[in-house]
Ligand binder design. Structure first.
Ligand SMILES: Nc1nc2c(ncn2[C@@H]2O[C@H](COP(=O)(O)OP(=O)(O)OP(=O)(O)O)[C@@H](O)[C@H]2O)c(=O)[nH]1
Ligand SMILES: [Mg+2]
Length: 297
C-alpha cells in the first residue's frame, strides 16, 4: 500500500518557506534570499520516505501587491491553497502576524483545510520562554493540526515537520517517481540559481525588477561541458549599468557564483554566458510576465 500527501507551504514573504522546502527535500531547489518576494511561482519539492510520498508546494510570500506581477504571485498562492490536502503555514516568530496572514489562516480553518503551523526562526529569540505564550495565543485563535517551533537555518525541528506531514498522508498511488525531488525544468532551475545570486548581490529596487531566462542549455558532444546561455532582464538602462558594474565586475561576480552552484547542482563543468537586457516596466506588462513563465499555474 502506498500513501501520498500534497502540502502547500504558505505565509508572509521572508518567513523562510523556500528554506524549509530545500530542507525537507534535502537539496537546494528553491532560491532563498533576505530580500522580500524572492519566490515568484509555485515550486514543487518531492520527498518519498518508504511507502509515503510527500509533495510540497512552495509559494510566493504574502505581501501588499504593487504591480501586475504581484497579482499573479498572490493568485498563485490562492490557487495553491485551494483543494490541497494540507497547508504548512509558516511565520517568522520574531514578528507578529499581519492582517493578510490572519485572514488566510481564518479562511483555511473555515474551509477545514488541515494546517500545520510552523513557527520559524526560533534562533532569533533571546529567550525560549517567549514561545509558550505565542503557541497558546495561536492555538486559542485557530484550529491547527500542530504548532511546530523550528529554526530552518539551524536544522532544528525539520524532522518534526516531516513527521506531522506523514501523518496526513492517505492511501494513494505516488504521483512522481520515488527518486524525483522536483518537477521544475532544468532551464528554470538554472535561471533561478542565477537570479538568486543577483538578489543577494544587489540592493534597493534593482533585484526586484530582475527576471532571468535560460535561452540555451546543452552538453558538448566532445567533452564534459554544459553550455548555459542566460539573459538577465531589468527594468531600466540605469539598472543595467548597476548589474554589469564597473568594468563588468558585478556581472562577473554573479556569473562566477552562479557557475559554481550550477556545476554543483548539475554535477558537470559549466560554461556560463550572461547577457543583460532592458525591458521597461516589465512587471506591469502581461505579455512579458507570461513570456518569463511567471503567470500562475
Ligand atoms: N535567522 C534565521 N533566518 C532564517 C531561517 N530560515 C530562513 N531564514 C532566512 O530568512 C530569509 C528568507 O528566507 P526564504 O526561504 O527566502 O523566505 P521565503 O518565505 O521563501 O520568502 P519569499 O520567497 O520572499 O516569500 C533568508 O535570508 C533565510 O536565510 C531561520 O530559521 N533563522
Ligand atoms: Mg521563497
Amino acid at each position: 500500500m502506498t500513501k501520498t500527501v500534497f502540502l502547500t507551504i504558505a505565509g508572509r514573504t521572508n518567513a523562510g518557506k523556500s528554506s524549509l522546502l530545500n530542507a525537507v527535500v534535502g537539496e537546494k531547489i528553491a532560491s532563498v534570499s533576505s530580500k522580500s518576494q524572492t519566490t515568484r511561482t509555485r515550486i514543487t519539492g518531492i520527498k518519498t520516505i518508504e511507502d509515503t510520498q510527500l509533495v510540497f508546494m512552495d509559494t510566493p510570500g504574502l505581501h501588499k501587491p504593487k504591480n501586475k506581477l504581484s497579482t499573479h504571485m498572490l493568485n498563485a498562492v490562492k490557487e495553491s491553497v485551494a483543494d490541497i490536502d494540507a497547508v504548512i503555514f509558516m511565520a517568522d516568530c520574531s514578528r507578529p502576524l499581519g492582517e493578510q496572514e490572519e485572514n488566510m489562516l481564518r479562511d483555511l480553518c473555515k474551509n477545514k483545510t488541515p494546517v500545520i503551523f510552523v513557527l520559524n526562526k526560533i534562533d532569533l529569540l533571546d529567550n525560549m520562554s517567549r514561545l509558550a505564550p505565542m503557541i497558546a495565543n495561536l492555538s486559542g485563535k485557530f484550529d491547527l493540526e500542530a504548532i511546530i517551533p523550528v529554526s530552518v537555518t539551524e536544522n532544528n525541528g525539520i524532522d518534526i515537520v516531516i513527521d506531522e506531514a506523514m501523518k496526513l498522508a492517505a492511501e494513494s498511488p505516488h504521483f512522481f517517481p520515488d527518486d524525483m525531488i522536483t518537477d521544475q525544468p532544468e532551464k528554470v532551475i538554472a535561471a533561478e540559481i542565477i537570479r538568486e545570486k543577483l538578489l543577494n548581490l544587489l540592493d534597493d529596487e534593482v533585484p526586484h525588477g530582475i527576471a532571468v531566462t535560460v535561452e540555451k542549455m546543452s552538453e558538448r558532444e566532445d567533452k564534459d561541458l554544459l553550455d548555459i546561455h542566460a539573459v538577465i532582464y531589468c527594468e531600466r538602462e540605469s539598472h543595467k549599468g548597476i548589474i554589469i558594474g564597473k568594468k563588468g565586475a558585478m556581472l562577473k561576480k554573479a556569473a562566477s557564483l552562479s557557475r559554481q552552484e550550477l556545476e554543483e547542482f548539475f554535477a558537470i563543468k559549466v560554461n556560463l554566458q550572461c547577457w543583460v537586457k532592458v525591458k521597461e516596466d516589465w512587471r506591469n506588462r502581461e505579455g512579458l510576465i507570461r513570456s518569463f513563465g511567471l503567470t500562475e499555474i
